[in-house]
Design a protein around this ligand. Structure first.
Ligand SMILES: Cc1ncc(COP(=O)(O)O)c(C=O)c1O
Length: 356
């Protein structure tokens, strides 16, 4: 990283599609096995530009069980998010729920590969094709994951990634859109840079979505260690699995071991009746020991503003989302978490459950 920083300062090429951004795009496209990777300043801008460049308007169907940015990226651009429920088994957007929401004003679907586990890609594509809708994916959680052996980044019309500091692969702040569509990639590149095509020729409405060289340097450096990060996450995940398997009322979401996964998210459901304590009690207990456990996601986008006020009728219509959001807790994982710390978290959970 230091060497790359020196290079940036020596060359004084700080941003504007510099050599490190280009190198990162090239390497990320190769890693995902996709034709185009367009680096962006963050995942939210990547989503906003993906939405805009594919011409979405009117209404777009999204899961409510996602980070608020998925819904905001639509509403911010005057597009109404229609909140779909999730599938009980996969926790990803439910294709049947999607189909039931389609109206003449619907132009697209955004699937979210929640916790890095790919959506029902084929079923969603079939719904999109049957109704002539655009299909995008918010792939913020899923860098490095695969579906049917193909890396996430290749599905739908395009996919938007976040490379935020909390993600398995990070560029401090950053993101990207990946696509196999040449024309869409061209539009995204224009839109990312104010619509500039050449020095003083603007051919499109655009914004500033550029990634800086320093962020690209972080990305190139992290990419060199990505396999190690994932191996560490996987080891921690298996330790959690082993040490929590016998705890009544705690179930850990699993990863498909026949696919590639980034194993970033350790998601448990707390069944209050069986565990003897609520999810929120457990969260407080862990926090009292300095352990950050997050309600990831609670209470669902449709129960947050402005959506709660704008679309009050949705509340109560997403039963799986609403019940899951009451039970979910994300436990710590990542490079900073050692195996002993995982064991300690598990021990606290076991003791708290049995101390009823
Ligand atoms: C599912 C999802 N979508 C979008 C985003 C937004 O990404 P960023 O923070 O890079 O803007 C996030 C960030 O955490 C996310 O988890």
């Amino acid at each position: 990283m230091r060497q790359r920083l020196d290079e940036i300062l020596t060359n004084n090429y700080l941003t504007n599609n510099g050599p490190l951004v280009q190198e990162l795009e090239h390497k990320l496209a190769r890693y995902c096995g996709v034709k185009h990777c367009i680096a962006m300043s963050n995942g939210t801008v990547a989503l906003e530009l993906a939405i805009r460049a594919t011409g979405l308007q009117g209404e777009v169907i999204v899961p409510s069980m996602t980070f608020i940015a998925t819904a905001h990226a639509l509403q911010w651009q005057g597009i109404k998010p229609l909140f779909a429920d999730i599938d009980h088994a996969t926790l990803n957007i439910c294709p049947k729920s999607v189909e039931a929401l389609i109206t003449p004003a619907t132009t697209g679907i955004i699937g979210v590969h929640l916790y890095g586990r790919p959506c029902a890609v084929e079923a969603l594509q079939a719904v999109a094709d049957a109704h002539q809708l655009t299909l995008l994916f918010d792939s913020a959680h899923a860098f490095g994951s695969s579906h049917n052996g193909l890396r996430v980044g290749n599905f739908g019309d395009c996919e938007a990634f976040s490379f935020h500091a909390t993600k398995v692969f990070n560029t401090f702040e950053g993101g990207a859109v990946t696509t196999n569509d040449d024309e869409l990639a061209r539009r995204l590149r224009l839109m990312r840079n104010f619509g500039f095509e050449g020095e003083d020729n603007v051919s499109y409405i655009g914004t500033n979505g550029k990634m800086s060289e320093v962020c690209a340097a972080m990305g190139l450096t992290n990419l060199e260690s990505l396999d190690g990060f994932i191996a560490n996450n996987r080891e921690n995940y298996h330790r959690y699995r082993e040490e929590l398997s016998a705890v009544e009322g705690i179930s850990l979401e699993s990863y498909d071991e026949s696919e590639q996964s980034n194993y970033q998210y350790i998601i448990i459901r707390v069944d209050r009746a069986q565990f003897g304590k609520s999810r929120d009690d457990l969260k407080s207990r862990l926090e009292s020991e300095g352990i950050m456990a997050r309600r990831y996601f609670y209470p669902g986008c449709h129960r947050m503003e402005p959506y709660k006020t704008l679309y009050p009728d949705v509340s109560g219509k997403l039963p799986v989302t609403e019940s899951f959001s009451e039970e979910v807790l994300a436990l710590p994982n990542g490079n900073q978490i050692t195996p002993d710390e995982v064991s300690w978290v598990c021990q606290l959970i076991r003791e708290f459950g049995s101390g009823r």
